[in-house]
Ligand binder design. Structure first.
Ligand code: KG4
Ligand code: ZN
Length: 353
């Protein structure tokens, strides 16, 4: 079964073709990230406008790269939510129109639940993709960590999962982005904080870990505020001193030390909870999905503390992409997912798992 997956939940317009939830034939991604850089975060209106411009060329290229045409496509899968309303609308309206005009079944996919499925791709006709060699087995524990999500999910099988814990406020990638802004480092914050941290002392600042009711839940908003307060204190200003003016007064060493301290504690929170879930649920495989999976610090700590080897896929499949949508659709169809009505499918910006 060959599925075209369409993803437009945030700032990436993507269309990908996947065979039988395993073979990646194309993965075309147009990102509007450069347009958002000067604002330090994604601007929804700019993202939506970019999706409109890129959507059809991206789909056309995706079919070309996959060396197929509409005859060769068996179904269309699209991200229904969660995500930015205007962005989701472009993908969903496009998918609905194509499903009707090309007469294909249409599947609505939850973006967050789909992230780990990118790891199910083990073969490709594309150059420059490093895919996992082993096929995933259930029960599978997934740590989904990106700019929009932080959750630990246990998949009993492709169609059945249990959210063990999720963030109560900011996603971990979002916390990286906000701390980068405080430190005057470029967006996206994950890589820039990570780079600054290489010269810093992770124990320079004692930052707090949130205590939460749910033992697998996360909270990163307090940590971000603690970063701000510690730096305001450092430079001898009171807490009313605007955070946007702070970076100019910090030395390179202060920035490096705070980047390292923040990164260490934020990562440790993720890793400790993943390790605890491994102990309790004894999953057969463990995957890390989402943009933060690129973090060398996260990979280092997971290697040290987890009883089983984490499975990572190519970075181009960790960040948002259509292939994870097509792959999730295939495996969920095998588990009983039904097509939706292309005349009525609506977006669901706050869809939860
Ligand atoms: O999955 P993704 O591309 O988009 C969302 O769905 O959010 O994730 C983007 C997030 C950003 O917050 C970015 O700061 C973070 O992933 N990120 C990283 C790294 N590379 C990207 N975080 C930590 N370390 C990295 N190397
Ligand atoms: Zn995502």
């Amino acid at each position: 079964m060959r599925i075209l997956g369409i993803e437009t939940s945030c700032d990436e317009t993507s269309a990908s073709v996947v065979d039988d939830g395993q073979v990646l034939l194309s993965n075309v991604i147009a990102s509007s990230i450069d347009l958002h850089k000067e604002f330090g975060g994604v601007v929804p209106e700019i993202a939506a406008r970019s999706h409109i411009e890129s959507m059809m060329p991206v789909i056309k290229e995706s079919l070309e790269v996959a060396k197929t045409n509409w005859e060769g496509i068996d179904a269309i899968a699209v991200t229904q939510g969660p995500g930015l309303g205007g962005s989701l609308l472009v993908g969903v309206m496009t998918a609905r129109t194509l499903a009707i005009t090309k007469n294909k079944p249409l599947y609505a996919i939850n973006h967050v639940a789909a992230h780990p499925f990118a790891t199910f791709l083990t073969e490709t006709t594309l150059p420059d993709y490093k895919l996992p060699s082993q096929t995933l087995r259930f029960p599978m524990l997934a740590l989904i960590v990106s700019g929009g999500h932080s959750q630990l999910v246990l998949y009993e099988h492709a169609g059945q999962y249990k959210v063990l814990g999720r963030t109560q406020d900011d996603a971990v990638g979002e916390a990286f982005d906000k701390v980068a802004k405080i430190l005057g480092l470029p967006y996206p914050g994950g890589p820039s904080v990570g780079e600054a941290a290489t010269d810093g002392d992770p124990e320079a600042y004692a930052l707090p870990k949130a205590r939460l009711q749910g033992k697998y839940d996360f909270s990163f908003s307090g940590l971000k505020t603690a970063v701000l307060r510690a730096l305001q204190k450092d430079i001898g200003r009171d807490f009313t001193f605007p955070s946007k003016d702070l970076a100019g007064l910090l030395s390179k060493a202060q920035k490096a030390n705070m980047a390292a301290s923040f990164q260490h504690i934020a990562t440790e929170t993720l890793v400790d909870k993943a390790a605890l879930a491994c102990q309790e649920y004894k999953p057969t495989s463990f995957v890390v999905a989402g943009g933060v999976a690129a973090s060398p610090e996260l990979r280092k700590q997971l290697k040290e503390k987890l009883p089983l080897e984490p499975i990572y896929t190519d970075m181009k499949l960790c960040t948002d992409n259509g292939a994870m949508i097509a792959t999730a659709a295939y495996h969920q169809i095998q588990a009983g997912l039904q097509p939706v009505d292309p005349y009525t499918l609506d977006i669901s910006p706050s869809l939860s798992m």
